[in-house]
Design a protein around this ligand. Structure first.
Ligand SMILES: [Ca+2]
Ligand SMILES: [Ca+2]
Length: 446
Protein backbone atom coordinates (compact mmCIF):
# COMPACT_ATOMS: atom_id res chain seq x y z
CA UNK A 1 0.00 0.00 0.00
CA UNK A 2 1.33 3.42 -0.82
CA UNK A 3 0.09 6.91 -0.43
CA UNK A 4 -0.09 9.63 -3.02
CA UNK A 5 -1.28 13.19 -2.91
CA UNK A 6 -3.64 14.51 -5.52
CA UNK A 7 -4.04 18.07 -6.74
CA UNK A 8 -6.75 18.91 -4.27
CA UNK A 9 -4.62 18.00 -1.35
CA UNK A 10 -6.71 14.90 -0.69
CA UNK A 11 -4.81 11.83 0.37
CA UNK A 12 -5.66 8.88 -1.80
CA UNK A 13 -5.03 5.45 -0.40
CA UNK A 14 -4.13 3.20 -3.26
CA UNK A 15 -4.68 -0.50 -3.18
CA UNK A 16 -4.46 -3.02 -5.90
CA UNK A 17 -7.66 -3.62 -7.76
CA UNK A 18 -8.13 -5.82 -10.76
CA UNK A 19 -8.98 -4.44 -14.14
CA UNK A 20 -10.24 -6.36 -17.14
CA UNK A 21 -13.63 -7.12 -15.61
CA UNK A 22 -15.39 -5.47 -18.53
CA UNK A 23 -18.88 -6.70 -19.17
CA UNK A 24 -21.56 -5.20 -21.41
CA UNK A 25 -22.78 -1.93 -19.98
CA UNK A 26 -26.25 -2.03 -18.56
CA UNK A 27 -28.88 0.18 -20.14
CA UNK A 28 -29.05 2.49 -17.14
CA UNK A 29 -26.22 4.10 -15.20
CA UNK A 30 -25.51 1.98 -12.20
CA UNK A 31 -23.02 2.77 -9.50
CA UNK A 32 -22.43 -0.02 -7.02
CA UNK A 33 -20.24 0.04 -3.96
CA UNK A 34 -19.67 1.95 -0.80
CA UNK A 35 -19.15 5.69 -0.80
CA UNK A 36 -18.46 7.68 2.36
CA UNK A 37 -20.81 10.68 2.08
CA UNK A 38 -18.98 12.54 4.83
CA UNK A 39 -15.77 12.38 2.82
CA UNK A 40 -13.26 9.62 2.22
CA UNK A 41 -12.53 6.87 -0.24
CA UNK A 42 -14.91 4.28 -1.63
CA UNK A 43 -14.47 1.28 -3.91
CA UNK A 44 -17.13 1.25 -6.61
CA UNK A 45 -18.10 -0.42 -9.85
CA UNK A 46 -19.76 1.78 -12.42
CA UNK A 47 -21.60 1.15 -15.67
CA UNK A 48 -19.20 3.44 -17.55
CA UNK A 49 -18.96 6.97 -19.00
CA UNK A 50 -17.08 10.21 -18.46
CA UNK A 51 -15.70 11.27 -15.07
CA UNK A 52 -18.26 14.06 -14.88
CA UNK A 53 -21.10 11.58 -15.50
CA UNK A 54 -19.66 9.41 -12.73
CA UNK A 55 -19.59 12.48 -10.47
CA UNK A 56 -23.28 13.05 -11.23
CA UNK A 57 -24.10 9.44 -10.37
CA UNK A 58 -22.02 9.70 -7.19
CA UNK A 59 -23.77 12.91 -6.22
CA UNK A 60 -27.08 11.07 -6.36
CA UNK A 61 -25.57 8.72 -3.78
CA UNK A 62 -24.43 11.54 -1.52
CA UNK A 63 -20.78 11.62 -2.56
CA UNK A 64 -19.31 14.88 -3.79
CA UNK A 65 -16.74 13.29 -6.07
CA UNK A 66 -13.30 14.89 -5.91
CA UNK A 67 -11.15 12.35 -7.68
CA UNK A 68 -11.26 8.96 -9.35
CA UNK A 69 -8.56 6.31 -9.32
CA UNK A 70 -8.08 3.22 -11.46
CA UNK A 71 -5.27 0.84 -12.22
CA UNK A 72 -3.79 -0.12 -15.55
CA UNK A 73 -1.49 -3.14 -15.63
CA UNK A 74 -0.52 -2.53 -12.03
CA UNK A 75 -0.03 1.23 -12.56
CA UNK A 76 -2.22 3.64 -10.67
CA UNK A 77 -3.95 6.37 -12.69
CA UNK A 78 -5.75 9.24 -10.99
CA UNK A 79 -8.23 11.76 -12.32
CA UNK A 80 -8.94 14.90 -10.32
CA UNK A 81 -12.26 16.50 -11.14
CA UNK A 82 -12.04 20.15 -12.04
CA UNK A 83 -8.22 20.07 -12.24
CA UNK A 84 -6.19 21.53 -15.16
CA UNK A 85 -5.49 19.15 -18.04
CA UNK A 86 -1.83 18.55 -17.14
CA UNK A 87 -2.88 17.12 -13.77
CA UNK A 88 -4.93 14.48 -15.56
CA UNK A 89 -2.50 13.83 -18.42
CA UNK A 90 -1.89 10.21 -17.47
CA UNK A 91 -5.63 9.54 -17.44
CA UNK A 92 -6.06 11.19 -20.84
CA UNK A 93 -3.18 9.16 -22.25
CA UNK A 94 -4.78 5.93 -21.00
CA UNK A 95 -8.30 6.82 -22.09
CA UNK A 96 -8.12 9.34 -24.95
CA UNK A 97 -11.89 9.18 -25.34
CA UNK A 98 -12.24 10.36 -21.76
CA UNK A 99 -14.71 7.52 -21.13
CA UNK A 100 -14.29 5.10 -18.26
CA UNK A 101 -15.01 1.55 -19.43
CA UNK A 102 -18.09 -0.24 -18.11
CA UNK A 103 -17.90 -2.34 -14.95
CA UNK A 104 -14.41 -1.17 -14.00
CA UNK A 105 -13.57 -1.21 -10.31
CA UNK A 106 -12.71 2.34 -9.33
CA UNK A 107 -11.58 4.23 -6.29
CA UNK A 108 -13.81 7.21 -5.71
CA UNK A 109 -12.64 10.03 -3.47
CA UNK A 110 -15.58 11.82 -1.92
CA UNK A 111 -14.94 15.37 -0.78
CA UNK A 112 -16.11 16.74 2.53
CA UNK A 113 -18.83 18.80 0.93
CA UNK A 114 -16.70 21.38 -0.84
CA UNK A 115 -18.09 22.69 -4.12
CA UNK A 116 -15.93 20.45 -6.28
CA UNK A 117 -18.78 19.23 -8.43
CA UNK A 118 -21.93 21.22 -9.06
CA UNK A 119 -25.03 19.28 -8.04
CA UNK A 120 -26.97 17.80 -10.94
CA UNK A 121 -29.87 19.89 -12.15
CA UNK A 122 -32.26 17.12 -11.18
CA UNK A 123 -31.12 16.88 -7.55
CA UNK A 124 -33.57 17.54 -4.76
CA UNK A 125 -33.41 21.31 -4.28
CA UNK A 126 -33.79 21.30 -0.50
CA UNK A 127 -30.77 20.57 1.65
CA UNK A 128 -30.80 16.96 2.73
CA UNK A 129 -30.11 16.09 6.33
CA UNK A 130 -27.09 13.89 6.74
CA UNK A 131 -26.61 11.34 9.48
CA UNK A 132 -24.54 8.56 10.96
CA UNK A 133 -23.33 5.78 8.70
CA UNK A 134 -24.12 2.39 10.24
CA UNK A 135 -21.94 -0.53 9.16
CA UNK A 136 -25.02 -2.76 8.99
CA UNK A 137 -26.86 -0.67 6.40
CA UNK A 138 -26.19 0.36 2.82
CA UNK A 139 -28.12 1.96 -0.03
CA UNK A 140 -27.40 0.54 -3.47
CA UNK A 141 -30.01 2.45 -5.47
CA UNK A 142 -31.23 5.98 -4.87
CA UNK A 143 -32.79 8.04 -7.64
CA UNK A 144 -33.65 11.43 -6.11
CA UNK A 145 -35.80 12.33 -9.11
CA UNK A 146 -38.15 9.37 -8.65
CA UNK A 147 -38.27 8.49 -4.96
CA UNK A 148 -41.09 9.63 -2.72
CA UNK A 149 -39.46 12.42 -0.70
CA UNK A 150 -38.82 12.00 2.98
CA UNK A 151 -37.15 9.74 5.47
CA UNK A 152 -37.83 6.15 6.42
CA UNK A 153 -38.65 4.90 9.92
CA UNK A 154 -38.04 1.26 10.69
CA UNK A 155 -37.17 -1.17 13.46
CA UNK A 156 -33.52 -2.26 13.13
CA UNK A 157 -32.69 -5.47 14.90
CA UNK A 158 -29.58 -6.72 13.10
CA UNK A 159 -27.68 -6.62 16.38
CA UNK A 160 -30.02 -8.56 18.68
CA UNK A 161 -28.24 -7.14 21.72
CA UNK A 162 -28.98 -3.60 20.58
CA UNK A 163 -32.37 -3.43 18.89
CA UNK A 164 -33.52 0.03 17.95
CA UNK A 165 -35.97 2.04 15.96
CA UNK A 166 -34.20 4.20 13.41
CA UNK A 167 -34.99 6.95 10.93
CA UNK A 168 -32.78 6.98 7.85
CA UNK A 169 -32.34 9.40 4.97
CA UNK A 170 -32.19 8.22 1.38
CA UNK A 171 -28.49 7.48 1.76
CA UNK A 172 -29.30 5.01 4.54
CA UNK A 173 -27.67 7.26 7.13
CA UNK A 174 -29.26 7.25 10.57
CA UNK A 175 -30.82 10.61 11.44
CA UNK A 176 -32.56 9.51 14.64
CA UNK A 177 -32.62 6.39 16.71
CA UNK A 178 -34.32 4.99 19.76
CA UNK A 179 -32.41 2.12 21.35
CA UNK A 180 -34.93 -0.30 22.81
CA UNK A 181 -34.20 -0.68 26.53
CA UNK A 182 -33.22 -4.32 26.92
CA UNK A 183 -35.62 -4.84 29.80
CA UNK A 184 -38.45 -4.14 27.36
CA UNK A 185 -37.31 -6.67 24.81
CA UNK A 186 -38.80 -10.14 24.92
CA UNK A 187 -37.41 -12.08 21.97
CA UNK A 188 -35.35 -11.76 18.82
CA UNK A 189 -37.96 -11.84 16.12
CA UNK A 190 -38.04 -8.18 15.15
CA UNK A 191 -41.81 -8.06 15.12
CA UNK A 192 -41.63 -4.42 16.13
CA UNK A 193 -43.94 -1.89 14.61
CA UNK A 194 -42.95 1.77 14.60
CA UNK A 195 -44.90 4.66 13.19
CA UNK A 196 -44.70 8.42 13.27
CA UNK A 197 -47.59 10.14 15.05
CA UNK A 198 -49.00 13.54 14.04
CA UNK A 199 -47.44 15.08 17.19
CA UNK A 200 -43.98 13.98 16.05
CA UNK A 201 -43.65 11.16 18.57
CA UNK A 202 -43.07 7.57 17.52
CA UNK A 203 -45.46 4.77 18.48
CA UNK A 204 -43.42 1.63 19.07
CA UNK A 205 -44.97 -1.80 19.49
CA UNK A 206 -42.75 -4.36 21.23
CA UNK A 207 -43.99 -7.92 20.80
CA UNK A 208 -44.70 -9.74 24.01
CA UNK A 209 -44.38 -6.51 25.95
CA UNK A 210 -46.55 -3.57 25.01
CA UNK A 211 -46.90 -0.28 23.16
CA UNK A 212 -44.82 2.80 23.91
CA UNK A 213 -45.21 6.35 22.65
CA UNK A 214 -41.69 7.77 22.57
CA UNK A 215 -40.69 11.40 22.08
CA UNK A 216 -37.85 12.34 19.77
CA UNK A 217 -35.59 12.72 22.79
CA UNK A 218 -36.38 9.23 23.98
CA UNK A 219 -38.92 9.83 26.72
CA UNK A 220 -41.86 7.47 27.03
CA UNK A 221 -45.00 9.59 27.37
CA UNK A 222 -47.62 6.85 27.04
CA UNK A 223 -47.62 3.09 27.26
CA UNK A 224 -49.97 0.14 27.33
CA UNK A 225 -48.50 -3.13 28.51
CA UNK A 226 -49.72 -6.53 27.45
CA UNK A 227 -47.64 -9.62 26.82
CA UNK A 228 -50.14 -10.82 24.20
CA UNK A 229 -49.32 -8.04 21.75
CA UNK A 230 -47.66 -8.73 18.39
CA UNK A 231 -46.93 -7.29 14.94
CA UNK A 232 -49.02 -4.12 14.65
CA UNK A 233 -50.32 -1.16 16.62
CA UNK A 234 -51.94 1.98 15.19
CA UNK A 235 -52.92 5.24 16.84
CA UNK A 236 -56.40 6.21 15.66
CA UNK A 237 -57.53 9.76 14.89
CA UNK A 238 -59.62 9.85 18.10
CA UNK A 239 -56.53 9.09 20.20
CA UNK A 240 -57.35 5.44 20.78
CA UNK A 241 -54.82 2.74 19.94
CA UNK A 242 -55.67 -0.48 18.10
CA UNK A 243 -53.43 -3.54 18.00
CA UNK A 244 -53.34 -7.30 17.43
CA UNK A 245 -52.75 -10.43 19.46
CA UNK A 246 -51.18 -12.68 16.85
CA UNK A 247 -48.33 -14.63 18.39
CA UNK A 248 -49.53 -17.97 19.71
CA UNK A 249 -53.09 -16.69 19.99
CA UNK A 250 -55.78 -19.04 21.23
CA UNK A 251 -59.56 -19.18 20.92
CA UNK A 252 -59.75 -17.47 24.29
CA UNK A 253 -57.93 -14.38 23.05
CA UNK A 254 -59.34 -11.39 21.27
CA UNK A 255 -57.37 -11.09 18.01
CA UNK A 256 -57.85 -7.31 17.89
CA UNK A 257 -58.05 -4.88 20.81
CA UNK A 258 -58.69 -1.13 20.92
CA UNK A 259 -57.84 0.88 24.02
CA UNK A 260 -58.42 4.53 24.82
CA UNK A 261 -55.77 6.92 26.10
CA UNK A 262 -56.33 5.80 29.69
CA UNK A 263 -55.83 2.14 28.75
CA UNK A 264 -59.46 1.12 28.93
CA UNK A 265 -60.47 -1.56 26.39
CA UNK A 266 -63.18 0.00 24.26
CA UNK A 267 -63.44 -2.53 21.44
CA UNK A 268 -62.23 -6.04 20.71
CA UNK A 269 -62.77 -8.70 18.11
CA UNK A 270 -62.75 -12.42 18.78
CA UNK A 271 -62.18 -14.73 15.81
CA UNK A 272 -63.91 -17.55 17.74
CA UNK A 273 -67.26 -15.79 17.39
CA UNK A 274 -67.11 -16.23 13.62
CA UNK A 275 -64.57 -18.91 12.77
CA UNK A 276 -64.72 -21.62 15.44
CA UNK A 277 -65.94 -23.98 12.75
CA UNK A 278 -64.45 -26.24 10.07
CA UNK A 279 -62.06 -25.82 8.43
CA UNK A 280 -60.80 -22.92 10.55
CA UNK A 281 -61.22 -24.37 14.01
CA UNK A 282 -58.43 -26.94 13.54
CA UNK A 283 -55.79 -24.55 12.22
CA UNK A 284 -52.60 -24.07 14.24
CA UNK A 285 -49.37 -22.40 13.13
CA UNK A 286 -47.71 -20.08 15.64
CA UNK A 287 -51.11 -19.72 17.21
CA UNK A 288 -54.64 -20.21 15.96
CA UNK A 289 -55.07 -17.26 13.60
CA UNK A 290 -51.63 -15.59 13.87
CA UNK A 291 -53.36 -12.27 13.20
CA UNK A 292 -50.61 -9.93 12.04
CA UNK A 293 -52.22 -6.62 11.08
CA UNK A 294 -55.20 -4.36 11.66
CA UNK A 295 -56.43 -1.21 9.93
CA UNK A 296 -59.36 0.94 11.04
CA UNK A 297 -61.12 2.09 7.87
CA UNK A 298 -62.69 5.47 7.18
CA UNK A 299 -66.15 3.84 7.15
CA UNK A 300 -65.66 2.71 10.74
CA UNK A 301 -65.09 -0.90 9.77
CA UNK A 302 -61.88 -2.74 10.63
CA UNK A 303 -59.59 -4.68 8.31
CA UNK A 304 -57.98 -7.70 9.99
CA UNK A 305 -55.29 -10.06 8.75
CA UNK A 306 -55.60 -13.53 10.34
CA UNK A 307 -52.56 -14.87 8.51
CA UNK A 308 -53.36 -18.56 9.03
CA UNK A 309 -56.76 -18.22 7.35
CA UNK A 310 -55.03 -17.00 4.15
CA UNK A 311 -57.39 -14.11 3.54
CA UNK A 312 -58.15 -10.66 4.90
CA UNK A 313 -61.37 -9.85 6.75
CA UNK A 314 -63.38 -6.64 6.96
CA UNK A 315 -65.63 -6.47 10.00
CA UNK A 316 -68.17 -3.83 11.01
CA UNK A 317 -68.24 -2.10 14.44
CA UNK A 318 -70.42 -4.93 15.78
CA UNK A 319 -67.69 -7.40 14.78
CA UNK A 320 -69.76 -9.01 12.03
CA UNK A 321 -67.76 -10.11 8.99
CA UNK A 322 -68.68 -7.83 6.08
CA UNK A 323 -66.45 -9.56 3.55
CA UNK A 324 -63.26 -11.51 3.04
CA UNK A 325 -60.64 -10.47 0.48
CA UNK A 326 -57.99 -12.47 -1.31
CA UNK A 327 -59.27 -15.96 -0.60
CA UNK A 328 -57.45 -18.42 -2.87
CA UNK A 329 -54.94 -15.73 -3.89
CA UNK A 330 -53.08 -14.73 -0.75
CA UNK A 331 -50.56 -16.97 0.95
CA UNK A 332 -49.40 -15.86 4.39
CA UNK A 333 -50.61 -12.28 3.88
CA UNK A 334 -48.82 -9.51 5.75
CA UNK A 335 -49.76 -5.92 6.50
CA UNK A 336 -52.76 -5.52 4.19
CA UNK A 337 -54.08 -2.03 3.69
CA UNK A 338 -57.14 -0.79 1.80
CA UNK A 339 -56.07 2.01 -0.54
CA UNK A 340 -58.24 5.09 -1.18
CA UNK A 341 -59.19 3.44 -4.51
CA UNK A 342 -60.72 0.54 -2.59
CA UNK A 343 -58.02 -1.85 -3.77
CA UNK A 344 -56.12 -4.00 -1.28
CA UNK A 345 -52.33 -3.70 -1.08
CA UNK A 346 -50.69 -6.61 0.72
CA UNK A 347 -47.58 -8.78 0.91
CA UNK A 348 -48.12 -12.41 0.00
CA UNK A 349 -45.23 -14.59 1.10
CA UNK A 350 -46.09 -17.76 -0.84
CA UNK A 351 -44.56 -19.89 1.88
CA UNK A 352 -47.19 -22.62 1.90
CA UNK A 353 -45.89 -25.78 0.25
CA UNK A 354 -48.34 -25.52 -2.64
CA UNK A 355 -47.08 -22.06 -3.58
CA UNK A 356 -43.37 -22.23 -2.82
CA UNK A 357 -42.48 -22.14 -6.52
CA UNK A 358 -44.22 -18.76 -6.84
CA UNK A 359 -42.11 -15.75 -5.81
CA UNK A 360 -43.23 -13.80 -2.78
CA UNK A 361 -44.54 -10.40 -3.80
CA UNK A 362 -46.37 -7.24 -3.06
CA UNK A 363 -49.78 -7.34 -4.73
CA UNK A 364 -52.58 -4.88 -5.29
CA UNK A 365 -55.93 -6.62 -5.63
CA UNK A 366 -59.26 -5.35 -6.80
CA UNK A 367 -60.99 -6.05 -3.48
CA UNK A 368 -64.32 -6.74 -5.21
CA UNK A 369 -63.21 -9.12 -7.97
CA UNK A 370 -60.01 -10.41 -6.36
CA UNK A 371 -58.17 -9.66 -9.58
CA UNK A 372 -54.50 -8.70 -9.23
CA UNK A 373 -54.05 -5.23 -10.75
CA UNK A 374 -50.37 -4.70 -9.80
CA UNK A 375 -47.66 -6.85 -8.39
CA UNK A 376 -43.95 -6.83 -7.77
CA UNK A 377 -42.07 -10.03 -6.94
CA UNK A 378 -39.15 -10.16 -4.53
CA UNK A 379 -36.36 -12.73 -4.51
CA UNK A 380 -36.09 -15.60 -2.07
CA UNK A 381 -33.09 -13.88 -0.45
CA UNK A 382 -35.39 -11.27 1.03
CA UNK A 383 -38.02 -13.75 2.30
CA UNK A 384 -40.22 -13.02 4.07
CA UNK A 385 -41.71 -9.83 2.70
CA UNK A 386 -43.69 -8.36 5.60
CA UNK A 387 -44.75 -4.87 4.63
CA UNK A 388 -46.02 -3.11 1.51
CA UNK A 389 -46.91 0.59 1.58
CA UNK A 390 -48.20 2.82 -1.21
CA UNK A 391 -46.68 6.29 -1.10
CA UNK A 392 -48.06 9.67 -2.15
CA UNK A 393 -46.23 9.69 -5.49
CA UNK A 394 -47.66 6.28 -6.40
CA UNK A 395 -44.49 4.33 -5.64
CA UNK A 396 -44.60 1.30 -3.36
CA UNK A 397 -42.27 0.55 -0.45
CA UNK A 398 -41.74 -3.20 0.00
CA UNK A 399 -39.95 -4.50 3.08
CA UNK A 400 -38.29 -7.91 2.96
CA UNK A 401 -36.08 -9.30 5.66
CA UNK A 402 -32.81 -8.33 3.95
CA UNK A 403 -33.82 -5.31 1.92
CA UNK A 404 -36.36 -2.55 1.49
CA UNK A 405 -37.12 -1.43 -2.04
CA UNK A 406 -39.10 1.47 -3.43
CA UNK A 407 -40.70 0.56 -6.73
CA UNK A 408 -42.40 2.77 -9.31
CA UNK A 409 -45.76 1.75 -10.79
CA UNK A 410 -43.90 0.52 -13.89
CA UNK A 411 -41.72 -1.76 -11.74
CA UNK A 412 -38.47 0.20 -11.57
CA UNK A 413 -36.60 0.04 -8.26
CA UNK A 414 -35.63 3.65 -7.46
CA UNK A 415 -34.39 3.10 -3.89
CA UNK A 416 -32.96 0.09 -2.14
CA UNK A 417 -31.78 -0.12 1.44
CA UNK A 418 -30.18 -3.39 2.37
CA UNK A 419 -28.38 -5.15 5.17
CA UNK A 420 -24.64 -5.32 4.55
CA UNK A 421 -24.42 -8.88 5.75
CA UNK A 422 -25.84 -11.98 4.18
CA UNK A 423 -27.08 -15.07 5.95
CA UNK A 424 -25.95 -18.64 5.36
CA UNK A 425 -28.03 -20.65 2.92
CA UNK A 426 -30.22 -23.28 4.51
CA UNK A 427 -32.67 -23.39 7.36
CA UNK A 428 -30.41 -21.89 10.05
CA UNK A 429 -29.44 -18.93 7.95
CA UNK A 430 -33.05 -18.42 6.99
CA UNK A 431 -34.12 -18.57 10.61
CA UNK A 432 -31.55 -15.97 11.59
CA UNK A 433 -32.47 -13.70 8.67
CA UNK A 434 -36.10 -13.81 9.71
CA UNK A 435 -35.30 -13.08 13.33
CA UNK A 436 -32.94 -10.12 12.93
CA UNK A 437 -33.75 -8.68 9.51
CA UNK A 438 -36.09 -5.88 8.52
CA UNK A 439 -39.76 -6.17 9.50
CA UNK A 440 -41.70 -3.08 8.48
CA UNK A 441 -40.83 0.39 7.30
CA UNK A 442 -42.66 3.66 6.85
CA UNK A 443 -41.74 6.56 4.56
CA UNK A 444 -42.27 9.86 6.32
CA UNK A 445 -42.79 13.07 4.37
CA UNK A 446 -40.11 15.75 4.90
CA1 LIG B 1 -48.99 0.16 12.67
CA1 LIG C 1 -47.70 -1.18 5.95
Amino acid sequence: MRVRSLGLGLVLVVFSIATGMARPASAADTLVGSMPPAGGIGLVVWSGGTPSALATAASARGCTAAAIGLTDAGRFIGYTLGAPAFVNAAFTALLPSGVLPPQSPLLLVCGTGGAVVPPPATATPVAERRGRVDPGLAVSISDPTRISPGTTILPFNLDPENPKVIEVNRFGEILWEYPIPLNLKRYNNPGMDAELLPNGNILVELPGNGIYEVTRDGNVVWSYLTTKISHDADRLPNGNTIFVFGNDDTKNDPQVVEVNSTGEVVWSWYARTHYDRAPYNAISDQGWTHTNAVQRLDNGNTLISPRNFQFVIEVDPSGAVVRTIGEGILDDPHDPVLLPSGNLLVATQNSQSANMSIPQRGVELDAITGQIVWEFPRPLESWPVRDVDRMPNGNTLITGTSDIVEVTPDGTIVWRLHLTRTFPAGPEGREEAVSVGFFKSQRVAP
